[in-house]
Structures are given as structure tokens and as C-alpha cells.
Design a protein around this ligand. Structure first.
Ligand code: ATP
Ligand code: MN
Ligand code: MN
Length: 366
């Protein structure tokens, strides 16, 4: 073991999409602290601050060993003054005083509880807090009008705040595959999101659906949803239709990272296995599921864009724009220098166009 003096300096690339970040995190004491401050910033609509904390946490996740002294961090990118102060506090005192006081603050607690309701974002939560609503009980008695998503979110609050397991994700995958097979033979379903990166649990399950024959996927989502509904698998669904082709400003509008696929935000009713039955004898649980339909010509971009992590995606787009003069979206890659779209049928090709070493999903956990 090394004693002070010669502490090896790490060498780390500054964009998260240049790094291999597995789930094996040697610095969770530090990244937990920074992630909490990132979350708090996001809950307060301070996005710039949130990204800065996320970048700092992502850098530490990519380090091969545990950091024990500030000197090891010399020369590393992504660590701003504020993040360094938090790291120093944790290294010296075991905890960050800023994190501790945030966790105990009435506002943070309320924001967590209220945004834990599906369909409630930071802005709505803030409005409710200003109306004196800090918890679900107060919300239920407040007379506030809830939209359809929020009503479902409140009704299934406990289930939806319970992490989804890989086994549950697989069970839902089978149902989605069955739905897709029933409405259009030859359609393909691919698991994306955190489970594709190898995570053992998630807040939802994400699927991409396509068909090997371009154009066959048109109108697929309503049919899939109707099948699922007829079988009693859906507690809630909201389908948004594809707005990609109709958009006036053409595909891959650079400024927007919201994609325009036909998509369905849903809550599944998943029947539990015998082992998971609880004392309440409820034989099913609610699970958040995202479905996205992509034409085969855009599928590689959709897979890349929906696999995450969110920070990895953000960094890919930043790399494309700042370092390559390209615009990357979940639909396409546009080369602004050559003024043309770059076609791809695999994620590997997209990394190659971007001049990046290929990073497999399990190493995109930035
Ligand atoms: P978790 O386990 O918490 O679900 P996750 O990585 O799967 O983690 P999600 O929020 O499900 O997180 O998002 C999965 C991926 O889908 C992310 O890469 C994200 O960038 C992408 N994504 C989510 N929502 C949208 C959206 N509205 N438009 C475009 N991409 C999105
Ligand atoms: Mn997910
Ligand atoms: Mn999702």
C-alpha cells in the first residue's frame, strides 16, 4: 500500500464519451455526495450547476482506484472549485456538510417526495411547495388539480418508487415481444436504457421497437398499445406520435436533444411471481415502461441515444458539436462541414464517424 509521497496521478480524458465507465465505482463515497448536489441543483432548475456536479461525479466514477487524498486529483479535468470543496470535505470528515444540510432541508425533502410522483417535475413541485404542500398527504387534501399522469403517479406511488429488477424487466420484455409479434410479424424489440448498460435495477424499463423493412413500423405503436390494453397490461399510457418527418426544420435539429419518435410513456401492471407476493396479498405491481418506435434506417442512432447514461449522451453530443462540427441526435448524425447526413447501421459506425474509440454499453455508466 502506498503511503503519502509518491501518489500516482491519474490520467483521464475530459469527455465522458472518451472514457470507459463501468458500474464498478471505487469512489461512491464521493460520487454519492456530488450526485446528491447535482440532483438538488436539477430539482431547483439550476441546470448548469447540475451538469457541473454530474461531470465531476462521472470523472470520479472512471478512476481505477479509490481517491484518498486531494493531491491525487491534481491536473484532472471536470473538477470545479465547488466540487473540489465537496470532495475535500468528504475526504477529511467522512461527509460533506453541504450534502448533510441539503438532505435535512425541508425544501429538498419536499422536492424529492413530490417529484417522486410520476408526471411531476421540478416546476410543479416548486409551485406546490409555495402553496404549502410538502408531502403526499397535504397534496391529497390540497384541492390541487392533477392531470391524468399525476393521478396515476399518486395512485401507484409506492410501486413506482420501488426499483425495478432485471427479472421484472425481462418479464416485461417478453410481454412487449408478444404484443409486437401479435400485431406485426418480423418486428424487433430491443432493451435499452440502464438495463442495457448492465444495471441490476432501474426506475423504469426502456424498449425500442423497429421492423427490418423500412416503413413497416409506421402506425405500429397504436396497435401495440391497443393489444397491451386489451390484455389488461396497462394501468396508464400516453402515446406521442412521430413528429420527425413533419418538422419544418428538418431532421437532427442541433439545438434539441428531445427526439421525435413515436413513443409511449406507460405504467404496466405486472403480475408478481409467487416469491414476490407481499403481506398485502397484492398479486401485481405497477412498473414504469417507455416504448419507442424507430424506423430501421435510424435504429442505430435510436439505440445509441436511448442506452444512456444521460451524461454519456450529453457528452457525446457535446463532443460531436465542439470537436467534430457534427450534430448528433437519436435520429441521425449530420456533418456540418460536409453538409450531409452520415448513415449508420451500427453503434460502432457512429463512434467511428465521431473519431471515438468504441465504448460498449456496459462501459457507458458515466
Ligand atoms: P434508470 O435505470 O433510472 O431508468 P436510465 O439510464 O434507463 O436509468 P432513463 O431516464 O430511462 O434512464 O433514460 C434512458 C435513456 O433514454 C437516456 O439515455 C436518455 O437520454 C434517453 N431519454 C430519456 N427521455 C428522453 C427523451 N424525452 N428524449 C430523448 N431521449 C430520452
Ligand atoms: Mn430507464
Ligand atoms: Mn426511461
Amino acid at each position: 500500500p502506498q503511503i503519502s509521497g509518491s501518489v500516482a496521478l491519474f490520467s483521464v480524458s475530459s469527455y465522458a464519451c472518451q472514457r470507459r465507465t463501468t458500474l464498478d465505482n471505487h469512489n461512491s463515497n464521493l460520487t454519492d455526495a456530488l450526485s446528491l448536489l447535482a440532483e438538488n441543483a436539477e430539482l431547483n432548475n439550476e441546470d448548469g450547476r447540475g451538469v457541473a456536479f454530474r461531470r465531476a461525479a462521472a470523472l470520479l466514477k472512471a478512476l481505477p482506484t479509490q481517491v484518498i487524498s486531494m493531491s491525487q486529483l491534481r491536473g484532472l479535468p471536470c473538477l470545479g472549485e465547488h466540487s473540489l470543496r465537496v470532495i475535500k470535505d468528504v475526504l477529511e470528515n467522512g461527509v460533506s456538510s453541504e450534502v448533510e444540510s441539503t438532505k435535512q432541508s425541508k425544501r429538498y425533502k419536499a422536492l424529492k417526495i413530490l417529484t417522486g410522483i410520476f408526471g411531476v417535475g421540478a416546476k410543479t413541485a416548486d409551485r406546490w411547495i409555495r402553496a404549502g404542500i410538502y408531502n403526499l398527504e397535504q397534496l391529497r387534501h390540497s384541492g390541487q388539480t392533477l392531470n391524468r399522469a399525476q393521478k396515476a403517479g399518486l395512485e401507484h406511488y409506492d410501486d413506482l418508487n420501488e426499483p425495478v429488477t432485471k427479472a421484472e424487466a425481462d418479464a416485461i420484455g417478453e410481454i412487449v415481444q408478444k404484443a409486437v409479434d401479435s400485431v406485426l410479424t418480423g418486428s424487433q424489440v430491443a432493451l435499452s436504457g440502464g438495463f442495457r448498460r448492465g444495471k441490476l435495477t432501474g426506475h423504469d424499463v426502456d424498449f425500442l421497437i423497429t421492423h427490418p423493412e423500412e416503413g413497416k413500423e409506421v402506425g405500429l405503436m397504436p396497435k401495440v398499445v391497443a393489444w397491451l390494453e386489451s390484455q389488461g397490461f396497462l394501468l396508464y399510457q400516453k402515446t406521442t406520435r412521430n413528429s420527425y418527418l413533419e418538422s419544418k426544420d428538418g431532421p437532427a435539429r442541433p439545438a434539441s436533444n428531445m427526439d421525435r419518435f413515436e413513443r409511449c410513456f406507460s405504467i404496466f401492471k405486472l403480475t408478481k411471481g409467487k416469491e414476490q407476493e407481499t403481506a398485502s396479498h397484492k398479486i401485481w405491481r405497477a412498473v414504469r415502461v417507455d416504448l419507442v418506435v424507430s424506423p430501421i434506417s435510424q435504429f442505430a442512432f435510436a439505440v445509441l441515444g436511448w442506452t444512456g447514461s444521460k451524461l454519456f449522451e450529453r457528452e457525446l453530443r457535446r463532443w460531436a458539436g465542439h470537436e467534430k462540427n457534427m450534430s448528433l441526435s437519436s435520429h441521425a448524425l449530420f456533418d456540418n462541414t460536409q453538409n450531409k447526413y452520415l448513415r449508420a447501421t451500427s453503434e460502432e459506425e457512429i463512434f467511428a464517424y465521431l473519431g471515438l474509440e468504441y465504448i460498449p454499453p456496459s462501459e457507458r455508466n458515466a
